[in-house]
Design a protein around this ligand. Structure first.
Ligand code: ASP
Length: 305
């Protein structure tokens, strides 16, 4: 029996230290803690890692603070389009959706694609039709409207360079259950001012999300670069085939991403419960909790608290 662990992220590319006041920081940490607690609760009741990552990501999607679900950023057309992926390590089963409108919890729609369709990936209108057929919760556009995201779009439209924290985000979780099964999930609104129809790395199996029997990986960062680097699968390959530790594999992958012109972060969980959460941005909202232990949360450099 393995000791269950869950790790989450709320995006690499945080507000800068100077932009983040104490009240906002406490709010962000409380939201991360709530997501970790939801995932850990599943694991502590001997639930599956798949249920744990879905639960944790749903909490982050429901928060207006992160770029996924309710707090997703706006496209250049002023709409909200979400992408998500979920993957089960032992079976390599995966489900993903991209460019969906109005779905409250894209990660759960991705799971339905995995479990109730013949496919791995559904996008756009077809994904939305599938969502309606499956009876998933849909929300009006107003639900996804957050003032700060709207302001960020106006700044991007005016030609300003948005800060990492404004442009980016993404949420994700990786978990290991007491049966030794790994799972990963990632959900995002993408990047502020993206062209409608743009799909980043997050929902792509092997780019922003991956899980097998060795590791579970969820990424955040410059989606186009993570895509080209097959970042999540690269971590898995370096771990499984080259026998690097999850930490070294993640760092090596971020180096490759940097060489290709991108920045971001990765959360990686090994089959032995080892967690690595490196990033090359100023910060990454993150947290980890092993069964029976306290949560450790972090935003900027330095070990999670
Ligand atoms: N990787 C995400 C995307 O490009 C955005 C992010 O994580 O910041 O869709």
């Amino acid at each position: 029996m393995t000791r269950p662990v869950i790790a989450i992220h709320g995006g690499a590319g945080t507000l800068s230290r100077a932009e983040l006041d104490g009240a906002r920081e406490r709010e962000l940490l409380a939201a991360l803690e709530a997501a970790l607690a939801a995932g850990a609760d599943v694991l502590e009741r001997r639930g599956s890692s798949l249920d744990a990552v879905e639960r944790a990501v749903r909490v982050l999607e429901d928060s207006p603070l992160f770029n996924a679900g309710r707090g997703a950023v706006f496209t250049a057309a002023g709409t909200v389009e979400c992408d998500a992926c979920i993957m089960h390590g032992p079976t390599l089963a995966a489900g993903a959706v991209a460019a969906v409108h109005g779905v409250r919890n894209p990660v759960s729609l991705a799971r339905l694609v995995m479990e109730r369709s013949r496919h791995v990936f559904l996008a756009g209108d077809g994904a939305e039709r599938f969502a309606r057929d499956q009876g998933v919760e849909l929300m009006p556009a107003s639900y996804f409207h957050t003032d700060s995201r709207w302001q960020a779009l106006q700044r991007v439209r005016a030609g300003a360079k948005a800060s990492d924290g404004e442009r980016h985000g993404t949420v994700g979780a990786v978990a290991l259950d007491d049966a030794g099964a790994l799972a990963a999930a990632t959900s995002t609104g993408g990047i502020t001012g993206k062209l409608p129809g743009r799909v980043g790395d997050s929902p792509i199996v092997g780019a922003g999300t991956y899980a097998n029997t060795s590791v579970a990986v969820s990424a955040s960062g410059d989606g186009e670069v993570f895509l080209r680097c097959n970042a999540a699968y690269r971590v898995a390959a370096l771990t499984e085939l080259v026998r690097l530790t999850p930490r070294l594999a993640a760092r090596r992958t971020l180096l490759e991403v940097k060489r290709a012109g991108g920045r971001g972060g990765l959360i990686v969980l090994g089959a032995d419960g080892t967690v690595a959460m490196p990033f090359t941005t100023e910060g990454m909202y993150r947290g980890v909790r092993a069964a029976g232990a306290a949560s450790r949360l972090g935003i900027f450099r330095g070990p999670p608290r």
